[in-house]
Design a protein around this ligand. Sequence first.
Ligand code: NAD
Length: 415
Amino acid sequence: MEKDNVCINCFSQIDKVAKLLKLGQAELDILTVPKRILTFSFPVKLDSGEIRYFTGYRVQFNDARGPTKGGIRFHPEINLEEIKTLAFLMALKCAVVNLPYGGAKGGVIINPKKFSEAEIERVSRGYIREIFKFIGPRIDIPAPDVNTDAGIMAWMLDEYEKLEGKHAPDAITGKPVALLGSRARDYSTSMGGAYVLQELAETLGMKPKKTSVAVQGFGNVGMNIARILHEFGYKIVAVSDSKSGIFNKDGLNIKEVIAHKNKTGNLSKFKGAKEISNENLLELKTDVLVPAALEDQITKKNAKNVKAKLILEMANRPITPEADKILLEKNIFVVPDILANAGGVVVSYFEWVQNSQNYYWSEKEVLDKLKTYMTDAVKELSKVCADFRCDMRKSLYVNAIRKILEAERLRGNLK
Ligand code: NAD
């Protein structure tokens, strides 16, 4: 196998379960070498008239279980190795929640803050022209990711349809509702996480009214999950953003907190709450801690001080591997990001189904189906946890990898 194609980071991910699953060389090759890697550069005319070349990537990791699926990010610091790893993690995520998809990821090396809206539109269209021949509703379906949104997906779909010469709304998901996106997509990640917590809380004997929750991060994911859990009856005792945090041991009225943040731009000075630092929020004695901001928030430095009983990883990789071990020793129940934040891709799948059928669902139908997918995944994983006597993160890897390898075996690609 060409060394350049291997996903180096995937080895450390797979190491977690290689022995448990008795993986041989053929299996390791399938799990560490993406099926297709596209690296390209493309010209974009800037507003000044200057032509600038941008570097883009699209990695389609494994399509044994269905067309590949994954976001496109615009970021100045992305690199191919990172995109390969994220594509691999998408393959696991889709397998864990039983979506008929493989995994993919893509991106452009760009700092979007430095470009005008018209320039970003030309970058988005240019990117699609480069990957056009390799994507499609039955091949690979892009979606938004860091620094890309529904508006960018609208331009990308428009470019795709121009090249295709016909309508193909199922070629890209995460579109605005007015352009055949799905209802509830904008808060689906948080809703999915809330359903996961609800399902686990029931089995762990946690009653919402008596369950205290701290949420780190008050952006799309953090604000929505705080709002939803508050509506479910949980006691949200603390929330924070990059500027400040607030705490009230009797619970915060999240609706009012959102109104306060929208009005003042800040969480601080919310009536009836104390100010709290981010460090202290992570170490609060709560039942549930929801990191929903950035990666690497719980590290070997602060893991020993974490007192929550359950951590719902809504952000991607908020816990470092060293911290994960410490939390496991402390018997803290960690719900891994691949499951906790899978609600977004589940509703992306629903969008693709609706587009393919040309039949659109109500918000309630979307949420009911999302609940089924998320709770079924929790039940399935809980069984794997019991069978393999391991924590949820390991069980998730076992479960996803088994499904991918089984599909490869049935296709005759593995003995
Ligand atoms: P966002 O940019 O909307 O919000 C991030 C929030 O985190 C902001 O409120 C910001 O102020 C806060 N923040 C930044 N630094 C902080 C710090 N040091 N302490 C506390 N808060 C801090 O981003 P988002 O879309 O809500 O994504 C949050 C996380 O969830 C990311 O890890 C993202 O990769 C992950 N995620 C998001 C989605 C999605 O659908 N948006 C899906 C899967 C995973």
